[in-house]
Design a protein around this ligand. Sequence first.
Ligand SMILES: Cc1cc2nc3c(=O)[nH]c(=O)nc-3n(C[C@H](O)[C@H](O)[C@H](O)COP(=O)(O)OP(=O)(O)OC[C@H]3O[C@@H](n4cnc5c(N)ncnc54)[C@H](O)[C@@H]3O)c2cc1C
Length: 304
Amino acid sequence: MSGGVSIRSIAPETPLVDVMGGAARREVKVHEHGFLALVDVMPRLVPQGQTADSAIVQAARVSYGAGTKQVNEDRGLIRYLLRHRHTTPFEMVELKFHVAMPIFVARQWIRHRTANVNEYSARYSILPDRFYVPSLDAVRKQSGSNRQGGEELFKTDDAQEAKTAQQFLDYLKAVEEFYPRYLGLTEQGVSRELARIALPVNMYTEWYWKCDLHNTLRFLGLRIDSHAQAEIRDYATAMLALLREIVPITVEAWQDYELDSVRLSRLEVQALKDAISGQGTRLGTDNKREQAEWAEKARFLGLP
Ligand SMILES: Cc1cc2nc3c(=O)[nH]c(=O)nc-3n(C[C@H](O)[C@H](O)[C@H](O)COP(=O)(O)OP(=O)(O)OC[C@H]3O[C@@H](n4cnc5c(N)ncnc54)[C@H](O)[C@@H]3O)c2cc1C
């Protein structure tokens, strides 16, 4: 009895196993100083022989009740839910990550508002001297077609291009040399909250990031995409690898119905129909950006 309330403990029908195999964390190194570590999952314990996908099925069965008999094979049910954007059962799985990433990556990441975040405080503690610096052969040029992007790399076998890439790395190095001054000023009594304000955004921060599976997949869809910045894509790729072990059925369905799928507008459907009937692939608009997007999709679909 607890406060007059009777509590019963009910043993599981099948022995339970830890979805993380008893590990304290599963960690992927990202770049030289970063990492993404899965530190906890809900459900952590699942019936032997199952994965955390089972929590999705369990929740869905509550909403469908006896009606699930038609689609009650677990994999089929999860694939059906994902295909039809029946999202709430995917919110029953929670994932907690510990992440170390450059501040410029964190600024993009924090825009995903449905997560719970607790970040390292540079008011409280000194920021360690970790800087994100790409290698000389990974310095990207400004894209000509996408104002937000950098795609093509500076060629290290071209003297002029190699010089420019090196100048970029020298500039990062020069900024790094501010760090001892930051330390020195804090030692002289300047508050940490002020001393930090001139530090660059290629320094690392850390946080715990907890999010449900539905919104984690939404994060992945946006940040693994080729339009996202390469550095955050590296973290998203690491996250997908970790998720694949925890919810393999969901990840497979998500790749089939979201990641590797193509969304077509009404005009694009018309252009596809025209292509099939041999009338070419022209899109019915003069909008250059839409035309470029359709050209990319047409290539993906293998259209001439
Ligand atoms: C390639 C790329 C480029 C980008 N460029 C820019 C840029 O130049 N400038 C910029 O500012 N941002 C930029 N963003 C960020 C982008 O606009 C989104 O803020 C970010 O991707 C998070 O998406 P979200 O709002 O769907 O996610 P979440 O915040 O995780 O939200 C998930 C869902 O919950 C709903 N939701 C969450 N919180 C609220 C709320 N408070 N009220 C109502 N609905 C809510 C949203 O409608 C959304 O559907 C960029 C993102 C990407 C991927």
